[in-house]
Each structure stands twice: as structure tokens, then as C-alpha cells.
Design a protein around this ligand. Structure first.
Ligand SMILES: *Cc1c(COP(=O)(O)O)cnc(C)c1O
Length: 631
């Protein structure tokens, strides 16, 4: 979203044809008997005026001319002399200088109604600018911040310092949300160097240089020739767009806003941001009976087992239509025999609670181990529950409890239970693919994930990685026809990858591409590394801004991070909207004991994205919440 426009003065917003500085330069040099062509002057317009005088004096003919005309004043003093005269001359033409160019009134109105801030940078000095400002104000033009190079230690264009200072004053950190507009090469370079969208304006600009009347009198072809020439020079300097009239910025901003709106980054733990190439695979339709599709399904199933560090002899991957919960329900509903079985469920968040609800729905006898939601499940607590309930035959827990971001220690809990002959189920929905999981070592019986979490596919099916021996003994256990994991497995095996009921074909293709991209990234190790880097950056950055964590760092997963509301009257919805309008979708909190929100670290998200987010949150915290923030 465009938050601000940084505008140049002469030739861009006022002073059609950028006449005033030209006339003033001409007269200042003429005062000392030196004739200057307009072309000579125009070459360096946009620089601060002192530098500009110095540059002109470096031209050998001009230097010679000075020495003949002013034999009593050494060349080394010439810059100061001419510059002093320039200040006198520019004052004489100031009234014309401040005349708003056509289109400005529309642009100002648009900016006001769209809450777009206006600021200016200029080659004029503060003294000169101070004379222009009231004249501009009389015409309805009052930019919030007006920067001259005196405010940036005399570092002017084409350096980005003046734009950077304007942005700082406006509390804008992301230069892609800023447009810099100007009519000279130095303007374009300034915008590019500041990282903003840099736009060149042609009509009434320095590169055409004609007064309005003269330009209007040209025929269309002549005008277009002038425009094309000026546009080519600004393009060559790197302009992102060229406009004729300053009011042409309006449709341009609208279309930039649309583009930036189109692709928000999902900082949510699934669905999450997928790569363009993953999305692209879904542009083709596929039949479910097709051999290629069945082969692809088989390949996906084998790859998933490999991703879990297991052999395809010992483990199998059963895909199940629907969201992640369908996989959890299918696994629970199929794994537990209809008689003489009790399920122990450890819950420290909403997803553990959901398993309890599933057991209730399916009328499965269960014992619940409730652990506070800001604490991890421990082997000690599970063993204690087992001692108290010797009837337990099955055990279920969540790996990454996405409610808070806690990573429960399955690697200590699951093997201990397996050793005791207990059949285990792990909801590893939001961790598989993003955190290393070694099935062979865990010896877990069922591990559930879905297409739209760390493998970075789109929503549509869940995955149950099951120990073959265990699954093969579950015939007739299922409480549901569609969610019969055993029958689903049998169909895949007996029909070479044919799904039992209609399958999400597009999603499977996208998932296969996501698996290939996971491999290209360097596998789960590399992905964990990236997520971990995102998480650390986010957590530490937020703590720097004064945000407090909900859970202890020692149990924090690299998947998602929960933060407490910064103030008691914090308006999450407003915060959410602010970030959404700037391209980031975050997640509300889910813990009951304190008000919180969550930010996911997974998906096609880089450190750069996290840094952009942190900058936005910093601005919001300072400006909207009025909280003091470390700089
Ligand atoms: C995402 C998720 C699920 C599944 O939720 P659905 O909305 O059914 O996809 C289950 N458990 C955990 C831990 C999750 O993160």
C-alpha cells in the first residue's frame, strides 16, 4: 500500500517548465558578465544549488570566461559570489516559482482522502523554500515535511538521505510503500537510491523546459516528440514509471495498491504462503483414474515416508481427503479397537483438546491428561497417568501445539510408551517437514500431518504415516465409512495409488511440487534452519519492541510464536487490519489465560519478510500505540 509520496518542487509540482531556477541561474551569471545557455544550466538541475554553481564553474569555457570578465576575483571565490547572486535572483522570480502545476489539486485531494502523506525534497535551500511554502499553502498545498539538504548534513541528491529523513519523519520504514516523483535525472536516482518507487514526470518538467504557453502551442506530434525524449532520459536513469501529468499518479497508485494487496503473505500456520510454482501446478485439471496421477500419488506416499527417515517396508503413508483434523479423526477412529481399549490423551492446547472431542464423538473410552497450555507435556506426567490408569492401551499427543507454539518432547515420550506395548498416535500436523522427525527412532505407530503445513502445499488432504504392522491389524475398527484409514490404505495398495473416493487432484499435484521444492531447499534440515532463523528474528525483534512472550523460550518451536497484547486495551482487529493492508496476515491468539496474538514463521517466508513485518510493527507500536520503542 502506498503510504506516502515524496515530491520534488520546481518542474514537478510547481513552476511549469522549471523556469525559475533557470532564469535565476542565467541572471546570476549574467550579473558577472557570463552568458549561459539554458542547456548548460539544465544538465544538472535537481542538485542543490551550491553544488550546481560549482559544477557549472568547472566547465572550462565558463571558468575562462570568469577569469577574463572578473580578473579581480579569483576563481576560487567565484562559487560563493555567484551563489549569493543566485539567491537574490531566485527571490525575484519566486511568485512564479510557487505556481502549482496542473493536476496538483487533484493529487492533493486524492492523497488527503486516501491518507497518503505528502513530503518534499528539494535542491533549494531552506531560506528559498521558506518563501515558496506560504505561496504554495495559499493554493492548498501544504506537504507535511519539507526536507532540504541542510537537514541532511548537506548530503543532497542523488543520495537518498533527504528521502530517508522524510520517511523517518513520517514513520514509514518500507520504501516500497513510498513513491518519489521528480522531473530530473537526479530526482529519479534519489528515489532509486532510497529504494522507493521512482517516478518521472514529463510535462512541465526540466527536460522539456518550455513554459506552459509554449508547450500548449505545439501540435500533438511535436509534444509527443518532446515527451518521448524526456521520458527516455528518465527511463534510462532508472525510473519505474513515467507520467505526463502529475495527476496520472492517481490511477498508478490505485493499481500499485491493487497489486500489493493481491498477494498478502500468510504468517499463519497453514494455510500458509506457498511458492508461485506450487500454485502454478494447479492450473491443469487431472483425472483420478489416470495412471500418471496414480503414480504421482504413490511417489508422494513413498517420499513422505522417506521424509520421516523411515523405510517403506516398515512405514506407509496414507493420504486422506479433508483438512488435518480428518486425518486425526481417521487415525483415532481406526487405530483403537472397538473393545478392550482405552486411549490416554495428553492435551496442552486446542489441538490436544480436539482429540479429546474426537474420542467423545466416537465413543472411545479415554483418559485425559490436561497440562497447562503454557507448559510442555512431560514423560513424567504421562507415566504418572499411565500408572493411575493401567487400562490404557493407546496414547495420543500433539507434537507442535500450534495453539501456543510449544514443541512437546515426543522423542522422550513416544519410545518409552512403545517399549511398554502402548500404541501411539502423534498429531505432528504443524511440525512434520519443518522440524526433523525420525519415525524409525521414535517407533511411533501413527503420525499425522497435512498438505498445507510445513511441506508448504495447499489445503486439501491429510497424511497419516503409519507403522504397517500396526495398521494392518485394524480391519473393521473404523467408526466411519469415509474416514476408515485401513480401507483407504488397502485401496491405495491394491489399486496402485488409486484413492478410495474422489481425491483433491490439484492439491496432490501442488503437494508433489512442494515436496520437490523441499528437496531443492536442502531437505528438512535446511527448512528447519530457515524457520528457526525466522523465529529467532521475529521473537527477538518483537522483544526489542517491548512485546512479551506467552511461553518459555526453551519449549518454543520454530513454527509459530505467541505474543501477549502490549497494552490492556490493545485493539487486535485494528492491528490486524493495519498489517493486512500492508501485505501481512497474522493470527489471533488461542490461549485462554491471557490475551495474545500469534505470528507464524513457516511457509515461503524469508528473513527479509520478517524484517519488513518488524518494521511495520515498530511503526504501529510507536505511532498508533504511542509506546516508546528502542531505536
Ligand atoms: C493445523 C493443525 C491441525 C488440523 O487443523 P485443520 O483445521 O483440521 O487442518 C491439527 N493439529 C495441529 C497441531 C495443527 O496445527
Amino acid at each position: 500500500m502506498i503510504e506516502a509520496i515524496v515530491l520534488d518542487w520546481a518542474g514537478t509540482t510547481v513552476d511549469y517548465g522549471s523556469r525559475a531556477p533557470i532564469i535565476a541561474f542565467k541572471n546570476a551569471f549574467a550579473h558577472f558578465g557570463i552568458g549561459l545557455s539554458e542547456e548548460t544550466i539544465r544538465q544538472d538541475v535537481g542538485l542543490d544549488k551550491l553544488t550546481h554553481v560549482r559544477k557549472i564553474l568547472q566547465i572550462p569555457e565558463i571558468a575562462n570566461s570568469w577569469e577574463t570578465r572578473q580578473p579581480t576575483i579569483p576563481l576560487t571565490k567565484a562559487t560563493a559570489e555567484i551563489y549569493a547572486q543566485f539567491q537574490i535572483e531566485i527571490n525575484k522570480v519566486l511568485a512564479e516559482t510557487a505556481q502549482l502545476k496542473p493536476g496538483m489539486t487533484d493529487l492533493i485531494k486524492f492523497a488527503n482522502t486516501h491518507h497518503i502523506q505528502l513530503a518534499t525534497t528539494t535542491g533549494y535551500t531552506q531560506v528559498m523554500l521558506n518563501q515558496i511554502l506560504p505561496l504554495a499553502a495559499q493554493q492548498g498545498y501544504t506537504p507535511t515535511y519539507n526536507i532540504t539538504s541542510e537537514q541532511t548534513n548537506h548530503v543532497g541528491r542523488p543520495k537518498p538521505d533527504m528521502v530517508a529523513l522524510a520517511m523517518q519523519k513520517m514513520h514509514i520504514s518500507d520504501p516500497s510503500h513510498v513513491i518519489k516523483v521528480g522531473d530530473t535525472v537526479n530526482d529519479i536516482l534519489e528515489g532509486k537510491n532510497a529504494g522507493t518507487i521512482s517516478i518521472g514526470v514529463v510535462d512541465g518538467g526540466n527536460l522539456i523546459g518550455l513554459p506552459k504557453q509554449a508547450f500548449d502551442q505545439l501540435n500533438i506530434e511535436q509534444r509527443d516528440r518532446y515527451r518521448a525524449k524526456a521520458a527516455a532520459i528518465l527511463k534510462e536513469a532508472g525510473a519505474d514509471e513515467i507520467i505526463n501529468n502529475i495527476a496520472d499518479l492517481i490511477p498508478l497508485i490505485e493499481s500499485i495498491d491493487d497489486q500489493q494487496h493481491e498477494m498478502p503473505l500468510l504468517l499463519t500456520p497453514g494455510p500458509l504462503t506457498t511458492s508461485f510454482t506450487v500454485k502454478e501446478t494447479m492450473l491443469v485439471d487431472h483425472g483420478t483414474w489416470d495412471d500418471d496421477y496414480k503414480e504421482l500419488t504413490q511417489w508422494v506416499r513413498r517420499e513422505l515416508v522417506t521424509l520421516g527417515h523411515a523405510s517403506n517396508e516398515e512405514y506407509t503413508a496414507v493420504l486422506m481427503q479433508g483438512s488435518g483434523s480428518f486425518g486425526v479423526e481417521a487415525a483415532i477412529g481406526t487405530a483403537i479397537p472397538k473393545r478392550d481399549a482405552t486411549l490416554l490423551i495428553a492435551a496442552n492446547g486446542a489441538y490436544g483438546e480436539r482429540m479429546i472431542e474426537i474420542a467423545d464423538y466416537l465413543a472411545i473410552p479415554h483418559v485425559d491428561l490436561h497440562v497447562p497450555e503454557d507448559q510442555a507435556v512431560t514423560l513424567g506426567a504421562v507415566e504418572k497417568a499411565l500408572t493411575a490408569h493401567p487400562e490404557v492401551t493407546h496414547f495420543a499427543m500433539v507434537h507442535c501445539e500450534t495453539t501456543t507454539g510449544i514443541l512437546n518432547p515426543i522423542e522422550t515420550i513416544i519410545p518409552a510408551l512403545t517399549d511398554n506395548g502402548i500404541i501411539t498416535l502423534v498429531d505432528a500436523m504443524s511440525s512434520f517437514g519443518g522440524v526433523p522427525i525420525d519415525l524409525a527412532q521414535l517407533q511411533v505407530d501413527y503420525l499425522i500431518t497435512s498438505s498445507n503445513k510445513c511441506v508448504q502445499g495447499v489445503p486439501g488432504f491429510s497424511v497419516v504415516l503409519a507403522k504397517k504392522n500396526t495398521l494392518q491389524a485394524t480391519k473393521d475398527n473404523a467408526r466411519s465409512l469415509a474416514l476408515d484409514l485401513y480401507a483407504q490404505y488397502q485401496t491405495f495398495e491394491e489399486h496402485d495409488g488409486k484413492w478410495r473416493f474422489t481425491s483433491p487432484t490439484h492439491v496432490v499435484y501442488a503437494f508433489a511440487e512442494a515436496l520437490r521444492e523441499l528437496e531443492q531447499e536442502g531437505g528438512v534440515t535446511a527448512r528447519t534452519h530457515r524457520y528457526q532463523a525466522n523465529e529467532t528474528l521475529l521473537r527477538e525483534g518483537m522483544q526489542d519492541l517491548g512485546y512479551e512472550l506467552v511461553i518459555d523460550e526453551t519449549v518454543q518451536s520454530p513454527i509459530i510464536t505467541s505474543f501477549k497484547y502490549p497494552t490492556v486495551d490493545f485493539n487486535f482487529q485494528a492491528f490486524y487490519e493495519y498489517l493486512k493492508n500492508r501485505g501481512f496476515i497474522i493470527y489471533p491468539g488461542k490461549v485462554s489465560k491471557c490475551d495474545s496474538f500469534r505470528i507464524g514463521n513457516i511457509g515461503e517466508v524469508s528473513a527479509d519478510d520478517i524484517n519488513r513485518l518488524l518494521n511495520l510493527i515498530k511503526t504501529y507500536t510507536k505511532k498508533e500505540l504511542q509506546l516508546s520503542v528502542n531505536d
